[in-house]
Write a protein that binds this ligand. Structure first.
Ligand SMILES: [Zn+2]
Length: 475
């Protein structure tokens, strides 16, 4: 079913909402218009009452990621099937080399692991150590279509880089037409607070948050702002959950700097009280940066509304209930990360549209368009333009979705959103013109996803994210 006419639905992208028909030919969007006649050899898809959006893009996942003695529970097959079920048709996973490892080996490993993907996919490259070879590795990676580079201001023992090193990486990334993604927390501060808390016998998961204070995130983000001002490198602070970082993003906006902010559903729906649950139940909510007080959560929603935050990804990095809770003696031993690749779109829809905060265009921009632009994939992905890949998430506003781990497609055996009742649901999903989800039926095989080599990011496309001009970014 590669040639399909979708009739009677509401077409939504980041710029418009209109009741048009959409014609798919050879896996791409061929035509949009009112009352298109059915061409010969074309299947008819009746979409009356349904909302048709560009397939969602999650540019922050960790499939088969080894962290100490644990490996995240989803591999590329289960993780991308889970993504597809929720309407996400493209994912970007972080290649994360060991500190002593040649990053080229890690790149090979990720290409090998990703052969079972159900969705289209690409990569960012984490840079856990800086040396004489780093620029060569970045240039080679960009040649392979990997132009997002991740740096850490946290985890001094395995990932953290100095400000000077991050600045040099930004300079080189900008030359390559790439983007730098930053995990912004104050690594040294956290290490000393953790040592102190453990020495005083504080073991409970609640201390995970207490030893990673919000002001530390603000302090480290302010250092990133300075580096962006110096280098003019397009940069994204990832998984933001504190209003301290939002203050830094406001300054970036005022100064017209290309510094963008990503948040995740856990920082929009979950808060510190979950960490305080008795026994080891709080462990199930441990991720970094940690869940915060409700005032921070409210600030995240406000920032999506007023445009201080620019995209919503997941940081999908699940571990099983047993791994999170069994034989864990203190908060510092809990593997960090939550599941979320399947539930992001429906959760955001409920906060946005059902919650009355903002409309379809902004929802599309946060879930699809901005992630596509920041990954160098726009407009092939993240748009319904003529010629774009026919990746579609089709939403039924009349459905009710009840979230439960048993109904989700991840290998993770719990959901932090267990029991939530949500309005609407994803009913159909197209991937490059093929109907891959039809209600509860899936027509998809591991390995059908295509690798996406990313292109240079254009300054003009960056403007679409914030609707502002950055004329000098690549000048
Ligand atoms: Zn992450």
């Amino acid at each position: 079913m590669n040639n399909v006419l979708i009739k009677g639905g509401l077409l939504v992208d980041h710029q418009s909402v209109s009741p048009q028909d959409l014609l798919i030919q050879e896996g791409r969007i061929a035509h949009k218009g009112y009352d298109i006649d059915l061409p010969l050899g074309t299947a008819l898809f009746n979409a009356s009452g349904l909302v048709i959006m560009p397939g969602f893009i999650d540019i922050h996942t960790h499939f088969s990621l080894q962290v100490g003695k644990y490996t995240s529970s989803d591999n590329f097959a289960s993780g991308t099937l889970s993504a597809l079920a929720g309407g996400t048709t493209t994912i970007i996973d972080y290649i994360t080399p060991g500190r002593e490892e040649d990053p080229r080996e890690a790149i090979k490993r990720w290409f090998h692991n990703s052969r079972t993907a159900h969705t289209d996919y690409g990569f960012h490259l984490s840079i856990p150590s800086f040396n004489a070879d780093t620029f060569n590795v970045m240039t080679e990676a960009a040649g392979l279509g990997i132009s997002g580079f991740k740096v850490f201001q946290a985890y001094p023992d395995r990932l953290m880089l100095s400000d000077e090193e991050i600045g040099l990486i930004m300079q080189h990334a900008r030359k390559l037409g790439g983007v730098v993604f930053v995990h912004s927390e104050s690594g040294e501060l956290i290490s000393s607070l953790q040592k102190e808390a453990l020495a005083e016998g504080h073991n409970h998961a609640a201390w995970h948050e207490k030893t990673r204070p919000a002001y530390g995130e603000g302090e480290s983000a302010a250092r990133i702002l300075e580096l962006v001002e110096k280098t003019r490198c397009p940069t994204v602070i990832v998984h933001i959950g504190t209003k301290d970082v939002i203050e830094v993003l406001k300054q970036a906006k005022k100064k017209k700097l290309p510094l963008f902010g990503e948040t995740c559903p856990q920082y929009l729906w979950l808060h510190k009280k979950f960490l305080e649950r008795k026994q080891n139940e709080g462990n199930l909510y441990v991720c970094s940066p940690p869940l915060r007080e409700l005032e921070h959560l409210k600030a995240m929603w406000d920032s999506l509304v007023n445009g201080d935050l620019h995209l919503v990804s997941t940081d999908h990095c699940p571990f099983t209930r047993e791994e999170k809770t069994k034989d864990i003696k203190n908060f510092a031993e809990i593997p960090n990360g939550l599941p979320g690749v399947e539930t992001r779109p429906i959760l955001l829809h409920n906060g946005a549209i059902a919650g009355g905060r903002f409309g379809w265009k902004k929802l599309t921009r946060l879930l699809s368009t901005a992630p596509a632009i920041l990954s160098g994939l726009y407009p092939q992905k993240g748009s319904l333009q003529i010629g774009a890949d026919a990746d579609l998430a089709i939403f039924n506003p009349d459905m009710v979705t009840s979230l439960s781990a048993k109904d989700l497609h991840s290998n993770c055996d719990y959901s932090p959103y267990e029991g939530m009742l949500l309005k609407g649901g994803i009913e159909f999903v197209f991937s490059r013109g093929r109907l891959v989800r039809h209600g509860d039926q899936f027509e998809t095989n591991p390995g059908q996803g295509n690798y996406l080599a990313r292109k240079e990011i254009k300054a003009g496309d960056l403007n679409l994210i914030r609707m502002e001009d950055y004329p000098w970014v690549f000048s």
